[in-house]
Design a protein around this ligand. Structure first.
Ligand code: HEC
Length: 126
């Protein structure tokens, strides 16, 4: 019985060593692991921080297709001068449920400050 127990504890030694090793390794890596979320943090915080900067929001979310307020996919449907900008409500509804190949942007639509800033910027496009 004793031998068996000894054997078990001896056999578990590599496991213990491995656990210690992994823990130490994780600690060595942790500055990097900690840096990753930090590197992401500005991005994650962007919608809030940029809530007052409609141009920034547009650049990050819309300009890939609507460069300069136009429409690279369907030039006949630019943002500038669009009837969807007639009111904030209309604009919001459109972002929630857009037409054609335009992707929905519910995150923006449902964040009042972000939506407002983006709407105001879109209205300035000419
Ligand atoms: C992947 C490309 C793409 C992205 C990104 C995109 N759009 Fe569009 N958008 C389109 C396309 C395509 C249409 C035309 C839809 C159609 O055929 O009815 C459109 C149409 C629109 C219209 C209506 C134009 C009109 O009067 O017909 C508005 C307003 C608009 N987009 C605003 C935005 C805003 C604001 C954003 C960023 C939050 C955005 N779009 C992001 C592709 C995109």
């Amino acid at each position: 019985m004793n031998d068996f127990n000894n054997l078990r504890s001896v056999r578990s030694l590599p496991l213990v060593a491995l656990l210690i090793g992994v823990t130490l390794w994780a600690q060595v890596l942790s500055p990097e692991a900690g840096a990753a979320p930090k590197a992401d943090a500005p991005k994650a915080a962007a919608p809030k921080a940029a809530a007052l900067n409609g141009e920034q929001i547009f650049k990050e979310n819309c300009a890939s297709c609507h460069t300069g307020g136009g429409n690279l996919i369907d030039p006949k449907k630019p943002v500038k001068g669009s009837a969807k900008l007639a009111s904030l409500v209309k604009f919001k509804d459109y972002l929630v449920k857009p037409t054609g190949a335009m992707p929905p942007a519910p995150k923006i639509a449902n964040d009042a400050a972000t939506l407002d800033a983006l709407y105001k910027y879109c209205k300035t496009l000419k």
